[in-house]
Design a protein around this ligand. Sequence first.
Ligand code: C5P
Length: 228
Amino acid sequence: MIEFIFPLDFDGAEEALLWEEKLEDAADVYKIGLQLFSREGPALVADMVSRKRSVFLDLKIHDIPNTAKKAAQAASFLGVKYLTAHASGGGEMIKAVSEALRGSMTKLLAVTVLTSIDETSFRECYSMESNIEDHVLKLAQAAEESGADGVVCSVREASLIRKSLGDRFLIITPGIRISDKKDDQNRTSGPEDAKRAKVNGIVMGRPVVQSPDPREFVLKIKEYLNEN
Ligand code: C5P
């Protein structure tokens, strides 16, 4: 099954909860990222988990191994389904986070290269001659070796990763668009590409929010993703 993950990229609990009410279980997982977490903290996460919502805590941890481990421990006590850490934090950091999550229900997703980064900004900020695909694959392989359960990447790299790391490795892809409107995303793809690449979940936010009937929109995409 391909999960539909809706990011609660809102400024406060009130708006986030309105969207949860609007979509209910049309969305399989609700993602809480830095925008909402910085306002509402763990209380909102705990509240959603207590109501049996699957929560993806997108903290994108990137720190020295000890700090990363302690942050992951605190997050795992909240009972979230997914937690993110940057693969570029290095093998020791990913290992520390994965150890912190061992025995909990929380799966570690390693963030590879943000879907907002294109080839030009990739070269600028990483000072690298290799292309994004090769780099994402290397990060994914290193993250898997260090104990990550999966990765966050763009659909464009998903097939390569699936081929290299097999069916059990989780691949979650943001940057999904059904029109030319990209917002701040660059490495975008459509739901059909995500389905073809056999990803485990897609993250789709703004296109849902901008649609006239968000719940219907999510249900339609989910049906399409999961029909044979
Ligand atoms: O609104 P949109 O569909 O672009 O939502 C993208 C969401 O996915 C945001 O919450 C963003 O933080 C997250 N994300 C991303 N690229 C990554 C990792 C997470 O866009 N590599």
